[in-house]
Unconditional design. Sequence first.
Length: 165
Amino acid sequence: MEPRAAITSLPFPIFSVVFAGRSGAAVTVRVDARSLTPDRDDEVVTRAPKTVTSPMSLTRSQRLVLAALCEPLLVKAGPQAIPATYAQMGRRLGRQPQYVRNVVKSLRESLSGHGIPGLTTDDADIPHDDFRWALARWAVRTGVVGVAELCDLLPEPEEGDGDDA
């Protein structure tokens, strides 16, 4: 959960959010959004045609880079739960950091074309020094990357394998 992660509860004016609490106990928060959402009768009807975009598809390389980017968020806790750097992703995938940077750039351009906010310098009120956070949040929030996708990554190098760079 984070600010602006949800923009509407429609079509559900009353719903519950369930969190995993201590020792696996479920914590439920009941949300009543009736005062925030308009009645169905109050909806504004327009005559504009519906906007349709083609389904978004990601290449295997893009999926692997996204998994490497999000891995620390999914397996680490505290201050270490941050998106991977280009160098870390490169090591994890057996690729050069510049290759990873190019794939991330291509992903950002494609996703911003599908209306994903926060991935370009055109998005107002968003810091633009690092797009990895916005990309990682989107990937985890939408379920594009989860624990299952981490299985496709190369095995972690073991200690003493000479990968000290």
